[in-house]
Design a protein around this ligand. Structure first.
Ligand SMILES: C[S@@+](CC[C@H](N)C(=O)[O-])C[C@H]1O[C@@H](n2cnc3c(N)ncnc32)[C@H](O)[C@@H]1O
Length: 492
């Protein structure tokens, strides 16, 4: 027998029903002051019922877990603690899916895949609580599951659920990953990632780094905010936050970033409403730092929505100059405009169109800076979006790399000689990152890596810069996995 399955640190040792979702950041729903003004009557549903319904909809209807969860939380009017538990159960169960099924498979006579989706979800959330949330007593897990099975199904199903869970508790010693598995299989089960992904990362990064990536992907993401430097300074804002009891520290990655160790849901604060900051991951803040736009410059943001990095660049330009913020989806234009308005930024011109056609809309050598924050496989943000692990395929990576290559080629002529082109992704896949940039530099001899001094202010100084690019892995600074390359066009 090998060692215990690593538990989620956020879940261990907290009070039952504590708001422990741990997955903070911009997707955490209904935490902080939420919960509804009047909960004098019984809530319409329980945390576990809600979690089962969300997970079943994700599996059966292909619903997005965050959207489905937010929608149901809004309808349900749960207490903040129960909303936190429902959130933890949904994201935790998705994050640990293959490991939970591995254990369940031995105890479900007809096989996990033959169960009705809601029964499968109920068993999964129950085993998740047993293994990863030791604050909830096992007898409570079983009785909650049995009651829920009676409510949603019938006597036969509740009997089966009772039998499976009690049997697992009786044989708790067996809820371990066996020793002597091939290394990729062990990592896949211990850290709950698909085998193909683990094998791919071992081939690309080696065993030790691949395991560290997988381990980091199960950590709760940190909460960080980016100061709107057109309105205040990091020091002033940190001082204000601290004076209200929040625990904050300066980001060591970005000079505009603040890490919020505790302080509730930042998106519900008056500072956020008044535009003093935006909620953003630290790695992602480094993208605008790499662009380093200057006052009065003309900047093109090719794939801009929802506009986080556009706004950061506008702040860096002290809102002077012009940023063309383009996105292919018409409905996302409003997201960019809303951000700009909240942050009091007026230099952003939000436009709709395919970035592959930008070179038909603008003359060659128009822009001082170009940002291509490309659509990507998203394998750097698994902590925030665990579904990505189970939905992405090798084919998706190949397809998106094809689009990235075309996008780069199409926007390249639009940069002025001497200008800066930044290419970034929130993935850790070399085919979309360093290999993509190496290929681009081969096809475009007019481009070369730009000087890398922009990185020297931050902790990224220790990262290897290859072809003008840095690869941040999620375990380096406990921020999102990101790739950022900074290229320049020579005069000819
Ligand atoms: C990684 S996100 C950009 C995030 C954004 N830079 C930010 O910081 O908020 C990629 C964006 O590319 C857009 N997109 C995808 N394909 C595109 C295309 N062919 N042309 C323009 N935008 C595209 C998507 O709608 C998505 O909003």
């Amino acid at each position: 027998m090998s060692g215990n399955i690593p538990g989620r640190s956020s879940g261990k040792g907290q009070k039952a029903n504590g708001n422990s979702s741990g997955r903070e950041g911009n997707r955490r729903p209904n935490s902080g002051k939420s919960g509804g003004a009047s909960r004098s009557q019984q809530p319409k549903t329980s945390a576990r019922t809600l979690a089962v319904k969300v997970l079943s909809a994700v599996e059966q209807d292909g619903a997005y877990s965050n959207l489905e969860l937010n929608r149901r939380l809004k309808e349900a009017d749960l207490s903040p603690a129960d909303a936190g538990l429902a959130t933890e159960l949904v994201y935790g169960t998705i994050a640990r899916l293959n490991t939970l099924d591995y254990f369940l498979e031995r105890y479900v006579a007809k096989g996990v895949s033959k169960l009705q989706p809601w029964v499968r979800s109920l068993l999964r959330i129950s085993v998740y609580q047993m293994i990863y949330l030791d604050r909830i007593p096992e007898h409570a897990v079983v009785s909650e599951a049995v009651n829920l099975a009676k409510k949603l199904g019938h006597q036969g199903i509740s009997g089966m659920v009772n039998g499976v869970l009690r049997n697992m508790i009786r044989n708790r010693e067996e809820l371990r990953i066996p020793e002597h598995l091939p290394v990729a299989e062990r990592i896949s089960l211990e850290h709950s990632h698909p085998l193909w992904m683990v094998e791919r990362w071992i081939a690309q990064y080696g065993e030790e780094t691949a395991e560290a990536i997988c381990r980091a992907n199960n950590e709760p993401p940190a909460v960080s905010v980016r100061v709107n430097t057109t309105m205040t300074t990091r020091e002033k804002l940190m001082h204000e936050m601290t004076s209200t009891g929040a625990v904050v520290e300066a980001s060591r990655l970005s000079s505009d970033g603040i890490l919020v160790r505790s302080g509730g849901n930042m998106a519900l604060t008056s500072w956020y409403r008044d535009g003093l900051f935006s909620v953003q991951d630290e790695s992602s803040m480094l993208v605008a730092e790499a662009v380093a736009p200057e006052v009065d410059q003309l900047v093109l943001d090719c794939c801009a929505a929802p506009g986080g990095k556009t706004a950061h660049m506008a702040e860096k330009m002290q809102d002077r100059g012009r940023i063309v913020a383009n996105d292919v989806h018409a409905h996302k234009r409003q997201l960019i405009l809303d951000q700009a308005e909240r942050l009091g930024l007026t230099c952003i011109d939000a436009v709709t169109g395919d970035a592959l056609d930008l070179n038909e809309r603008y003359p060659e050598a128009s822009f001082d800076r170009i940002l291509l924050d490309a659509p990507c496989s998203g394998l750097g943000v698994i902590r925030r979006k665990p579904d990505v692990k189970w939905t992405k395929t090798v084919k998706d990576i190949e397809d998106i790399a094809g689009l990235q290559r075309e996008l780069l080629d199409q926007v390249a002529p639009l940069l002025k000689p001497g200008g800066i082109l930044v290419y970034s992704t929130c993935t850790i896949e070399p085919a979309e990152n360093e290999d993509m940039v190496a290929g681009f530099l081969n096809r475009h001899p007019e481009y070369s890596p730009a000087e890398a001094s922009v990185w020297s202010e931050s902790e990224t100084v220790n990262l290897k810069v290859v072809n003008g690019g840095i690869q941040i892995l999620p375990q380096y600074a406990h921020s999102d996995g990101f790739f950022i390359a900074r290229l320049t066009k020579t005069a000819e």
